[in-house]
Write a protein that binds this ligand. Structure first.
Ligand code: IMP
Length: 423
């Protein structure tokens, strides 16, 4: 059974927890896109782990973890992450972590270029994680990027880094941002690369062998559908295909190998960074921040919060081909009397069931809400679907109906035991 986990909102849907849950029955866990802009918090046996680039299967002893070719990989950041996770008692051996030799490298100047582009955009800035993701993907598409395999050819890599550092410095100098010495970039990159070298491989045969042997492969999507470079709220998006298809192109396992797509969404909506957010609600944001919830795992930024938006979810279920929904953070709504669900947008007097492409239309989109009764009960100790209050089940069923996909999982808290499987 090969399954893709996709985020259906703007990232931070709690995918890490669902991935962690499904990892138990998986043999291989794969990241196929994005980079260390992602931040997955997983709580296992009471210990909190924050993963950025490492697939969640790394927390288990018997899983193979693959960082696929579609990922942009910051070697320095990855080594820091490996060290941090190893210090928490997890062993990361070459058998356990395979890194694609085709993955593109994020270099220190990509991060500064990211900052420079944001500065140039002023109040139109994207609100990126400043991890160099956009500039690294831009180099890939411009055919001037550096891949892990290229670092194996030291002379080529040194010439390429030297040339690209000089080009980056020209841009950085214009913004009065720190420039780089090529020698230092090379030295720091190679220091990290040496730690990663035993993990570098062509994982495509590993994945195909696992597929043909009937093993279970789990694809861990990062970010979310509304941050997808094609389907998201462009230009306020990330630079990769975060939707299900990105898992295939980002790993070398074809669409014919995929059996299921689990779409993960929160019981409400959140977004970090800039860009449209029709159902954003200050009251709900304040309430959830007051509970100590909704602060970013990567940047610590408070996330904007809002009501459930099924216009976005309906679209996300379509483009990902969702076969089952995982609704997380249901317990976040436990205290509310009445809950709003956005069922459509009204834009210039016309009702829209799907999100617009036209960026100016987002500013005029008025959410049309349906009100549902809250359950006013603590759900965090519920361990089965039957135990959930009737109003919570009603809310979930309406959500599934509006999105056209069945509910497969419900999350009622951060711990592994707080994931309810819906029969
Ligand atoms: P970038 O991916 O750093 O270029 O940032 C582009 C947009 O994606 C910004 O709005 C970020 O806040 C958002 N973003 C990137 N990664 C994540 C994530 O893992 N969770 C939530 N938002 C993200």
């Amino acid at each position: 059974m090969n399954t893709i986990i996709s985020g259906l909102q703007w990232g931070d849907e709690g995918k890490g927890k669902i991935v962690d849950y499904l990892t138990e029955s998986a043999d291989v866990v794969v990241r196929g896109q994005g980079g260390n802009n992602a931040g997955h918090t997983v709580i296992a046996k009471g210990v909190k782990y924050i993963l950025h680039l490492l697939p969640s299967g790394i927390l288990w002893d018997d899983k193979v973890n693959v960082i696929g070719n579609g990922v942009v990989l910051d070697p320095i950041g990855l080594v820091e992450e490996i060290t941090r996770i190893e210090n928490q008692g997890i062993r990361i051996t070459p058998d356990k972590l395979r890194i694609s030799d085709r993955a593109h490298v994020v270099l220190p100047y990509h991060k500064e270029l990211d900052a420079a582009r944001e500065a140039a955009l002023g109040d139109q800035k994207i609100g990126t994680t400043k991890r160099g993701i956009g500039p690294a993907y831009a180099d890939k598409i411009n055919r001037c990027g550096l891949r892990m395999a290229d670092l194996l050819d030291r002379d080529f890599a040194i010439a390429q880094i030297t040339r690209r550092t000089a080009e980056a410095n020209e841009v950085l100098a214009r913004f009065d941002l720190p420039t780089f010495e090529a020698e230092q970039v090379i030295e720091e990159t190679y220091r990290a690369f040496e730690r990663l070298r035993p993990h570098i491989d062509n994982p495509i045969p590993v994945l195909h062998k696992a597929w043909k042997a009937g093993k279970s492969i789990l694809f861990e999507g990062a970010q979310g559908t509304l941050l997808d470079i094609d389907y998201g709220t462009y230009p306020f998006v990330t630079s990769s295909n975060t939707t299900a298809g990105g898992s295939c192109t980002g790993s070398g396992l074809p669409p014919t190998a995929i059996d299921a797509v689990i779409g993960v969404c929160k019981a409400y909506t959140t977004r970090v960074g800039s860009g449209p957010f029709p159902t954003g609600d200050e009251g709900l944001s304040e309430y959830l921040h007051g509970l100590g919830r909704e602060f970013g795992a990567t940047t610590g930024r408070p996330r904007g919060c809002g009501w459930l938006d099924t216009v976005l979810l309906r679209f996300a279920c379509m483009v990902n081909g969702v076969t089952g929904l995982a609704v997380t953070n249901l317990d976040g709504l436990d205290s509310y009397d009445t809950l709003s669900i956005c069922v459509s947008y009204e834009i210039d007097g016309t009702v829209h069931d799907l999100p617009p492409a036209d960026r100016s239309a987002w500013d005029r989109a008025k959410p049309v809400y349906e009100q549902l009764p809250g359950w006013k009960t603590d759900t965090s100790s519920c361990r089965s679907y039957e135990e959930l209050p009737a109003a919570a089940k009603n809310y979930l069923e309406r959500l599934g109906e509006l999105c056209g996909a069945p509910i497969a999982f419900v999350g009622v808290g951060p711990d592994r035991s707080q994931t309810i499987v819906v029969p």
